[in-house]
Design a protein around this ligand. Structure first.
Ligand code: GMT
Length: 379
């Protein structure tokens, strides 16, 4: 099958999922064409069955805001026509679904019929989607897509709650290539950041307000009062200055390592004992799944789709949003002894296997087949 994937190429979870999906489809023999404005961070280059088509964004002085959606639609038309794509899969509703719809209509006038699937990732629905100025376009796109998927039951529910759509939404969770066994801790690497008797806690995100990054520092502050510990903060974003200021106020700066943006989360996770994800909302929580897949238990909030991923008292613990006290107590419970930590590490990996790519990839492939079949009947 020839599949066009439209995505955000940046560090966000939707781009990571779309990129990893395309890479896995390519390995299975599908021809995958990525369409976006810059090389996706996790794509790499020159791989069998993978093609990348860059959308050139013009810089005319006339436009105060460049019309990216129009240029994206034109690029989609071009790639579908000249590469002979069978299906389009767009990740994130805005503006990808509306650009795909426009491309579909243009192609129709040229005698080419192509279906498109929209995958909702979360903030397109829960945050951005709630902005009334986007509502008519998103509702229209949900109804115009040939199929819609959401990354969790929670996101599916939110979509029905916020948008006037009754169409069927398929839940296809985020996925991971989980290790077979809990990886052996690499103490040589770990010693660059912590002494052997110290625990390492970590957090990785884009440091946006929704991640409640200050809670990460507050939890760490409580934990390090009881047990020797370090905190690795992976990523960067708008909240970082506030987090750094808080760390200075609490006097824990020397125990926190800010790495800046990270392309690959594994090196941080492979030396960590515990992952913190106290988000305000999270449609799924890919970062938590990536941690669990490396055998790192998770202390998280119990919001959105996180409870579908992190199982309380098994792969970690869940608390109410903002309940720093409870999250700190739970972190200390996991880290209380080597035996307990080992138990949670094993359980985290067991839970991650529920979302193994081998189980999730066929869900997308089956959907592509189903959509192509009913599209052929319609056209
Ligand atoms: O979490 C982010 O800020 C990035 C965001 C995105 O849109 O790329 O991630 C969303 O999609 C991921 C992949 O499906 C989910 O795992 C994240 O939970 C979701 N983020 C939120 O809902 C806040």
């Amino acid at each position: 099958m020839k599949i066009g994937i439209v995505l955000y190429p940046t560090f966000g979870g939707s781009g990571v999922v779309a990129t990893e999906l395309g890479k896995a489809l390519a390995v299975k023999g599908h021809q995958v064409h990525f369409i976006t404005y810059s090389q996706p961070v996790r794509l790499g280059s020159f791989r069998e069955n993978i093609y990348y088509h860059e959308v050139q964004v013009s810089d005319y002085p006339l436009f105060e805001y460049q019309p990216y959606e129009t240029q994206l639609a034109s690029k989609i038309v071009d790639v579908v026509k000249y590469e002979g794509l069978d299906i389009l899969h767009v990740h994130y509703a805005i503006p990808h679904a509306s650009a795909a719809f426009m491309a579909q209509q243009i192609l129709q006038t040229q005698g080419i019929s192509i279906p498109f699937i929209t995958t909702l990732h979360g903030t397109d629905i829960t945050l951005v989607g709630k902005d009334p100025s986007f509502e008519p376009v998103i509702t229209f796109c949900l109804n115009a897509s040939d199929a819609v998927t959401a990354v969790s039951e929670s996101l599916k529910k939110d979509t029905y709650a916020h948008f006037a759509t009754t169409r069927d939404i398929h839940v296809v969770p985020n996925f991971i290539q989980a290790k077979d066994e809990v990886p052996v801790m690499n103490f040589e690497k770990r010693r660059h950041y912590a002494m052997d008797h110290e625990r390492i806690l970590c957090h990785i995100s884009n440091f946006r307000a929704v991640k409640r990054v200050e809670d990460v520092v507050r939890i760490f502050n409580e934990v390090q009062k009881t047990i020797p510990a370090k905190l690795i903060m992976g990523g960067d974003g708008p909240e970082r200055p506030f987090v750094e200021r808080l760390a200075r106020e609490l006097g824990v700066c020397s125990k926190i390592i800010f790495t800046g943006k990270v392309r690959d989360t594994a090196p941080i996770l492979q030396i960590s004992d515990l992952f913190l994800l106290p988000s305000e909302t999270e449609s799924f929580g890919l970062a938590a799944l990536e941690a669990m897949a490396e055998g790192v238990p998770v202390i998280s909030s119990n919001t959105g789709g996180i409870p579908e991923v992190n199982k309380n008292e098994f792969s970690g613990y869940l608390s109410n949003v903002g309940d720093v006290d409870d999250m700190s107590k739970n972190a200390l419970k996991v880290l209380s002894s080597d035996e307990n930590l080992k138990k949670f590490r094993t359980q985290a990996l067991v839970q991650a296997h529920q979302f193994s790519i081998t189980a999730i990839l066929p869900m997308y492939e089956d959907l592509y087949d189903e959509v192509l079949k009913s599209h052929a009947v319609k056209s």
